[in-house]
Design a protein around this ligand. Structure first.
Ligand code: NZQ
Ligand code: ZN
Length: 389
């Protein structure tokens, strides 16, 4: 394995009922005025909005609101949030929602003390030096944004979706109450499953030798997601399944705990972001289409890892099969699982045709080739997109 540093400063409070701790905990962080960031209304429908604002009031914390953060959060919304924080003297950003809300909140937190446009961070023109403190209450299991420093924002005007990660944008505190995810609809539950699995794939399919613990951590998360994903889809109020999924989502992408010392890939995420930048599709709907095709395109760089994946994660019987056959069986099992739980299989399923593939491929490699398992250039990305049609 490679040498590494690992850093994760996020305090996690996990369990049913933890959402009732938010007032007290935000007060303990020493902030008297917060920006409450949330999405399109699910937190009002579930009663969570009232539950949180009542606690803030009881703890003597003033708040201003930024409502209506879209899935694939927009730069324009982030700008609005930064202005609000500056004009209202906000001391902490409190995100209540999913990855989109949390990512927007991170962008706001980093943008407030920065003199230029926050978009500079996403275009690699500047680095975050400091940020407002951030706390989150997670309502959907998927991105891991609750315990990492990453944020992904869409600049709709330029049709770009870009990311950055910083040690300054880890949440100080994240409240993970699995009962809040009982109301997540089936399609979003499916996307969460695919996203978490994809995060593990990005870290598991690696050329780095001698990483048995990291591999087994990845395989355990994948197996746990596979088992509990279907249970949560059968019964959305299955507390055990929702709890296990929530823990998996947080472990799958939290500053690299499962991939310390491993060179990770992230090409499929880079490609998907450019698809959703143009078509505004759900992030993991894109991943469900692209990832199996990425696997087919690259597996020959280390077929043994794909064979191991087939045997250990999908329980493919290795008897009488070559490494190549096992590798392909694992990829097929992944495709079949995604299809079985209801995820799309082709860009055509989302009414996406060839029109913008070239632009997507070009934009994916804007900062250079993507991926490490097999570094991908523009022509490779274009081929994977064509395979996905
Ligand atoms: O907006 P509301 O009304 O809240 O509805 C949301 C939204 O429509 C709904 N929802 C959330 N919690 C719910 C609920 N509905 C009912 N009950 C609940 N408890 O779910 C919908 C999707 O929410 P969103 O936050 O967009 O989902 P997700 O957590 O999957 O986040 C996706 C975004 O995160 C980015 C993606 O690119 C995408 O923009 N990512 C962020 C990452 C990170 N920061 O580390 C990594 C990921 O790879 C990803 O790129
Ligand atoms: Zn993702």
């Amino acid at each position: 394995m490679n040498s590494f540093t690992f850093y994760n400063p996020t305090r996690i409070m996990f369990g049913p009922g933890m959402a009732d701790q938010v007032g007290e905990q935000v007060a303990a962080l020493g902030s008297r005025k917060v920006l409450l960031v949330f999405g399109g209304g699910s937190i009002k429908q579930t009663g969570l909005y009232d539950r949180i604002t009542e606690q803030l009031a009881a703890s003597g914390i003033a708040f201003v609101e930024l409502a209506g953060v879209d899935p694939n959060p927009r730069l324009t919304t982030v700008h609005k949030g930064i202005e609000l924080c500056r004009s209202e003297g906000v001391e902490l950003v409190l995100a209540v929602g999913g990855g989109s809300v949390i990512d927007a909140a991170k962008a706001i937190a980093a943008g407030v003390p920065y003199e230029g446009d926050v978009w500079d961070f996403y275009m690699r023109k500047a680095e975050v030096k400091r940020a407002l403190p951030l706390a989150t209450v997670l309502t959907i299991t998927a991105t891991g944004s609750e315990m990492n420093g990453n944020t992904v924002i869409t600049n709709w005007k330029e049709q770009l979706k870009k990311a950055f990660g910083s040690i300054h944008t880890f949440p100080k505190l994240s409240i993970l109450d699995p009962t809040l995810t009982f109301s997540v609809p089936a399609n979003q539950t499916v996307y969460g499953i695919v996203d978490m699995m994809s995060h593990v794939f990005e870290q598991y399919f690696s050329l780095t030798p001698n990483t048995p613990l990291q591999e087994r951590l990845c395989e355990s998360i994948l197996q746990t997601v596979i088992e509990n994903g279907e249970a949560a889809l059968r019964n959305p109020q299955d507390l055990d399944a929702r709890s296990n999924l929530m823990l998996c989502g947080t472990y799958a992408l939290n500053g690299g705990m499962i991939s310390v010392g491993v060179q990770t890939d992230w090409a499929s995420h880079g490609i998907e972001h450019e698809v959703s930048a143009i078509y505004d599709i759900a992030h993991a709907a894109g991943l469900a289409i692209i990832f199996p095709n990425w696997m087919k395109y690259v597996y020959q760089a280390r077929p043994e890892r794909f064979a191991q994946f087939a045997v250990r994660v999908w329980q493919v019987d290795p008897a009488g099969k070559s490494t190549e056959e096992l590798a392909l069986a694992g990829i097929e099992a992944t495709r079949q699982y995604f299809t079985r739980i209801g995820a799309p299989a082709t860009l055509g399923d989302l009414n996406i045709g060839e029109e913008h593939l070239e632009r997507m491929a070009k934009e994916t490699v804007r900062f250079g080739p993507v991926g490490s398992f097999k570094p991908l250039h523009e022509a490779d990305v274009l081929e994977i997109l064509r395979m996905s049609l």
